[in-house]
Design a protein around this ligand. Structure first.
Ligand code: RP5
Length: 166
């Protein structure tokens, strides 16, 4: 969803640049849907004041959804959600020591009143698609683009029958 000035509608946050190889899938799928996004490294632990500034000013700057990916003691999505009323989608990054189970549980177990919509470990593409679906509410173009995307998924799935045909 490009607006006239191409101002980003989705903010993609990550705790470190080491998260980018995972998180770039969100930016890529948003671009496929024609949705402008911005990506930033901001850490809940290393740069907490920057996070407060970013999240509390997000609505005023025109963002409509925030995707936040972090690994380990992954507080970034939850703290972001504390500072904004925008929907926040959390992406658990696969960690070396615990394979992302630590990230998943840190992100998904939010206390009542401060939700974070959590996708699977490493599932940044799904976070981007979910952001597009949120933006599609009340939008004319995006529901059609999302339907087309689902039709392609179905075609690809049916085509798999050919590969296993005896
Ligand atoms: C988290 O710590 C980041 O989200 C990242 O997944 C993890 C490791 O960070 P680096 O040591 O690579 O900077 O805050």
């Amino acid at each position: 969803m490009k607006n006239s000035s191409d101002k980003p509608l989705v903010g993609i946050l990550m705790g470190s640049d080491s998260d980018w190889p995972t998180m770039k899938a969100a930016a890529e799928v948003l671009a496929e849907f024609g949705i402008a996004s911005e990506a930033k490294v901001i850490s809940a632990h290393r740069t907490p004041k920057d996070l407060e500034q970013y999240a509390s000013s997000a609505t005023g700057r025109g963002l409509r959804v925030i995707i936040a990916g972090a690994g380990g003691a992954a507080h970034l999505p939850g703290v972001t959600a504390a500072f904004t009323t925008l929907p926040v989608i959390g992406v658990p990054i696969e960690s070396k020591s615990l394979k992302g189970l630590d990230s998943l549980l840190s992100i998904v177990q939010m206390p009542p009143g401060v939700p974070v919509a959590t996708v699977g470990i490493g599932a940044a593409k799904n976070a981007g698609i979910l952001a597009a679906q949120i933006l599609a509410v009340g939008n004319e173009r995006l529901p059609k683009a999302l339907s087309k995307f689902k039709e392609k998924l179905a075609e690809d799935s049916r085509a798999k029958n050919k590969a296993i045909a005896p």
